[in-house]
Design a protein around this ligand. Structure first.
Ligand SMILES: [Zn+2]
Length: 246
């Protein structure tokens, strides 16, 4: 493959966190900042509002703040989402979720989110024959949309920016991540990790594992570690240029 990534870089990594949880800025951001890693945080505005200063300083520090809807609607099979089930949603209602969250984040943090993470990684509204994908809504409004619980990295020459694969980042042990990181470097791909809490008991990446990622990026400067928006924007630009040249 012709060199796709910027000079001296062979692959890319983004670490992303969902749901604007407290442990992200209490435990995670200090470690990320120590290693100079810029991450992406997919937030819900009403949660950000409770800890506004912490999120303001994360954003001022170069971390990306992305959209994760207003109410976090998922399949009603999750009991927490039964009264806001995607099965009962329409595209218009989903559009409101995307617009409303962008607007509220703009008011709270003065930022226009550029990328989006699908709550629960689910991309549909409705059910059965009336199911519709809301990926096109995300594609229209955002530079990129990230999924969840995927099983591979993204091929920068092929991937759909509106449906980027997010790999499970909630791990206690670095060993598994290391395999993914090695393979990503080998394949020249873009690995996006999607985690929730940091250093708590459940749905969490351990502080040790996060630190180990930091160490890995130090030993592997050829791995471009940056926010989802920065890497997506490079890919978009790179592809546009390639098309013009052809
Ligand atoms: Zn979420």
């Amino acid at each position: 493959m012709q060199q796709f990534w910027p000079q001296n870089k062979r692959a890319a990594l983004s670490i992303s966190f969902d749901d604007s949880r407290v442990s992200q800025w209490e435990n995670g951001i200090p470690i990320l900042d120590e290693y100079g890693i810029k991450s992406t945080f997919y937030v819900m505005p009403h949660v950000v509002e409770n800890h506004l200063d912490a999120w303001k300083s994360a954003a001022a520090n170069g971390h990306e703040i992305g959209n994760h809807t207003v109410t976090h609607p998922c399949s009603g099979n999750f009991t927490f989402s039964r009264n806001k089930a995607l099965e009962d949603y329409t595209l218009a209602r989903m559009e409101e979720e995307l617009r409303g969250a962008n607007e509220a984040i703009k008011v709270l943090l003065g930022i226009e989110p550029q990328t989006f993470a699908y709550p629960c990684g689910q991309t549909f509204v409705g059910r059965g024959k009336n199911t519709q994908s809301y990926v096109p809504l995300v594609a229209k409004r955002f530079l990129a949309g990230r999924g969840f619980n995927g099983e591979s990295a993204n091929d920068p020459t092929f991937c759909d920016l509106a449906q980027l694969i997010g790999m499970p980042g909630d791990v206690q042990d670095f060993a598994l991540l290391e395999k993914h990181l090695d393979k990503t470097l080998q394949d020249g791909n873009w690995l996006i990790l999607a985690a929730h809490d940091v250093g708590t008991e459940r749905q969490s990446i351990s502080m040790e594992a996060l630190r180990a990622i930091g160490e890995y990026t130090k030993i592997h400067p050829e791995l471009w570690t940056d926010t989802v928006a920065n890497i997506a924007s490079y890919i978009k630009q790179r592809r546009d240029t390639a098309c013009r040249v052809r």
